[in-house]
Ligand binder design. Structure first.
Ligand code: PLP
Ligand code: COI
Length: 355
């Protein structure tokens, strides 16, 4: 694929790394590619970061025809810039495209776009452990008509945001409210893919949790309001009476790359990992009897985020005395160690971009 590059004439000054936060600052450029059903994907280009112009009838503005991904570029101590399992994001984006009737992207072209873009933006990859250049590939339907149908035109973009930790708490345990009214997703819907509408619909519960002093919600399934699905925009795992349990992928849960990596790491450490249905009643029983030893969320942005408190039906329960648990800590250390180059990658997960 031919990618044209137009460099900015007004380069930004880098932000101090301890002031980055998550998703607030952006690099100098962005990647764009257009799709037209008669031509396929064309006009791949990297241009200065800036506003884009859309027709007022553009599909995305009316019918939410949008999908996205999230992955990070990491800098090791020796200065290598690398990605973590990028093919997984590429394949998931194409699975999202399939569900949302958006055009797929050739895997090699997608990888080339990521590589070329990150290499150009490498100075924006921060240096400290735990910081990264968060990459946001996204695609939206862009027909200039109000008809409701599969789009004939689409736009694919990648932007990059130098970021610190996702939660202000960092690796400190977060407080989570179990949500029993709103649901994030239903089987047959779009919960198993990464489309913007899922997140728009989840904000109300997030707001409610925040007003009660909780960082995020624990989602229950849409049919019975009974089975645990995810936590905020992350997958969730528990250690109950020695067993590691994570909700099975029933069709309304996003198949997280961190989730998949955690399962592989845990199994190689010798833990029993069950992907199964886990009811909120079983969880509350485990909380009451002290059998819930640990709970954590996992996702690209936060990596592993320990849960210190769970709130359900007006009762707040402590998890592991509000402290990060042993398995959570081991997982965090292993995954971040592999990502930032301090632990050997025996899995073949690292994709090197440049030195
Ligand atoms: N669940 C949801 C709803 C998400 O948005 C994400 C983030 O991408 C995840 C889970 C975790 O997925 P991953 O580990 O691939 O980042
Ligand atoms: C994640 O990476 O875990 C996320 O959920 C990203 C979020 C900002 C949508």
């Amino acid at each position: 694929m031919q990618i044209s590059i137009t460099k900015t004439t007004t380069p930004k000054t880098l932000i101090e790394e301890d002031k980055l936060g998550f998703g607030k600052f952006f690099s100098d450029h962005m990647f764009i590619m257009d799709y037209e059903y008669t031509k396929g994907w064309h006009n791949a280009r990297i241009v200065p970061f800036g506003n884009i112009s859309l027709h007022p009838a553009s599909t995305v503005l009316h019918y939410g025809s949008e999908i996205f991904e999230g992955l990070k570029a990491y800098r090791t101590k020796s200065g290598e810039i690398r990605l973590f399992r990028p093919m997984e994001n590429i394949r998931r984006m194409n699975a999202s495209a399939e569900r949302m009737c958006l055009p797929k992207i050739n895997e090699e072209d997608f990888l080339q776009a990521l590589k070329t873009f990150v290499e150009l933006e490498k100075d924006f990859v921060p240096h400290s452990f735990g910081t990264s250049l968060y990459l946001r590939p996204y695609m939206f339907g862009n027909d200039e008509t109000l008809g409701v149908h599969t789009v004939k035109r689409a736009t694919f973009m990648i932007i990059a945001s130098p970021s610190g930790s996702y939660y202000a708490e960092g690796i400190n345990p977060v407080k989570i409210m179990i949500e029993s009214e709103d649901v994030r997703a239903v089987k047959g819907g779009t919960g198993a893919v990464k489309c913007g509408g899922n997140y728009a619909a989840s904000n109300r519960a997030g707001e409610k949790a925040s007003k009660k002093g909780y960082s995020q919600v624990l989602w229950l399934d849409g049919v019975h309001r009974k089975y645990i699905e995810e936590v905020g925009a992350m997958n969730v795992m528990f250690k109950i009476d020695g067993e590691i349990v994570t909700p099975m992928l029933t069709g309304s849960i996003l198949p997280g790359i961190t989730r998949k990596s955690c399962i592989e790491v845990l199994k190689s450490m010798g833990y029993n990992v069950s992907e199964r249905l886990l009811s909120v009643d079983e969880l509350v029983d485990a909380l009451k009897s002290g059998k819930l030893e640990e709970a954590w969320g996992c996702g690209t942005a936060a990596v592993v985020s320990p849960i210190g408190k769970l709130f359900y039906n007006d009762v707040e329960y402590d998890v592991n005395g509000g402290q990060i648990g042993e398995v959570t800590k081991k997982l965090y250390d292993t995954l971040t160690g592999i990502q930032w180059g301090e632990v050997e990658d025996t899995y073949g997960w690292i994709y090197k971009i440049c030195d």
